[in-house]
Design a protein around this ligand. Structure first.
Ligand code: ADP
Ligand code: AMP
Length: 296
């Protein structure tokens, strides 16, 4: 699956991207994280990068695009990705379309998480994140169990440098001027899905997962490698049109395939989608081969 999450700073892109990445086992690619990592790793970046981030301005397009391209070229994006924080302007969206076209990985859906400006201020100024694992919390809305300690890994929780009261207004203004026009851009491509961020984190996650389960997964043909260390090469699970087919080589050990909640949802909701998926399935030579191999 290839999804971009759009929305103002503080709308919940990072929070939702992490949940989706865990659920569907694809990497989360956050340009904000890539920039912070590059700064921490002392990559040869112009000092304006740090200054722009601290002031809440957009970083130079070429710098962000290079980091994104390097990340998208990594092998783990083969099954898909959730991009958050990019694009943030029409030129960036055009650059992303060109890059993904070149890599043969066009975007399927852009989910726009919409939140009122007043809520964003509290979300941004209250945001704290784990230094170790990146888990996101909020001083007002989603506090950790122990103050300043990550629930997941016990790492220290810190604020981001650009999250001060001073920069919030700048960031929101930049969002309205540069980023909000992307709604029209992706609507024109029929890729926009609007997600009013009403409700808590879990509820919004379920709503976005519904889009993935109903619109993307049934139309995708996926080969999931099951537990690499316990299964021989050639042993895989194909999910196509809502059906899960286990393909097992003679020599491989049989292990029960644990269905995730979303896979179960795919099966349940796939009746209508099967027809479409069948079209794609029949046009995909490799899937036919796999089906013959499975004796189906
Ligand atoms: P973005 O990546 O869009 O800038 P984040 O995912 O970092 O936004 O979320 C910003 C802050 O808002 C975080 O502190 C997060 O815990 C909090 N947050 C995210 N979604 C919700 C929600 N639905 N309700 C309340 N707080 C939320
Ligand atoms: P984020 O973590 O998404 O809130 O991003 C933090 C900061 O990184 C932003 O305020 C920008 O300064 C910079 N940044 C992240 N993504 C982009 C992007 N796509 N284009 C330009 N600057 C970005």
């Amino acid at each position: 699956m290839r999804i971009a999450l759009l929305g103002a700073p503080g709308s919940g892109k990072g929070t939702q991207a992490k949940l989706l990445a865990d659920r569907y086992r694809v990497p989360q690619i956050s340009t904000g994280d890539l920039l912070r990592e590059a700064i921490t790793a002392n990559k040869q970046l112009d000092k304006s990068v740090r200054e722009d981030m601290e002031a809440g301005r957009l970083v130079d397009d070429a710098v962000v695009l290079k980091l994104l391209e390097d990340r998208l070229r990594k092998k783990d994006t083969k099954r898909g990705f959730i991009i958050d924080g990019y694009p943030r302007s029409i030129p960036q969206a055009q650059a992303l379309d060109a890059l993904l076209g070149l890599l043969g990985k066009t975007l399927q859906v852009a989910v726009n998480i919409s939140v009122e400006d007043e809520v964003l201020v509290k979300r941004i100024t209250g945001r704290i994140g784990c230094e170790e694992c990146g888990q996101i919390y909020n001083k007002h809305f989603s506090t950790p169990k122990v103050r300043n300690k990550c629930d997941v890994c016990s790492g220290r929780l810190v604020s981001r440098s650009g999250d001060s009261e001073k920069t919030v207004a700048v960031r929101i203004a930049i969002y309205h001027e540069n980023t909000a026009p992307l709604i029209t851009y992706y609507r024109a491509q029929h890729k926009l899905r609007n997600m009013p961020a009403k409700g808590n984190i879990a509820e919004i996650h379920e709503k976005i997962s519904d889009i993935v389960d109903i619109e993307i997964r049934p139309l995708e043909i996926k080969t999931l490698e099951t537990a690499a260390e316990s299964i021989d090469e050639g042993d895989s699970t194909i999910i196509a049109g809502g059906q899960i087919n286990r393909i097992t080589t003679q020599s491989s050990r049989t292990k029960p395939v644990k269905k995730t909640k979303s896979e179960t949802a795919v099966l349940a909701s796939s009746a209508g989608a099967k027809k479409n998926a069948g079209v794609q399935q029949s046009s995909d030579e490799s899937t036919k081969k796999a089906e013959r191999k499975a004796g189906g």
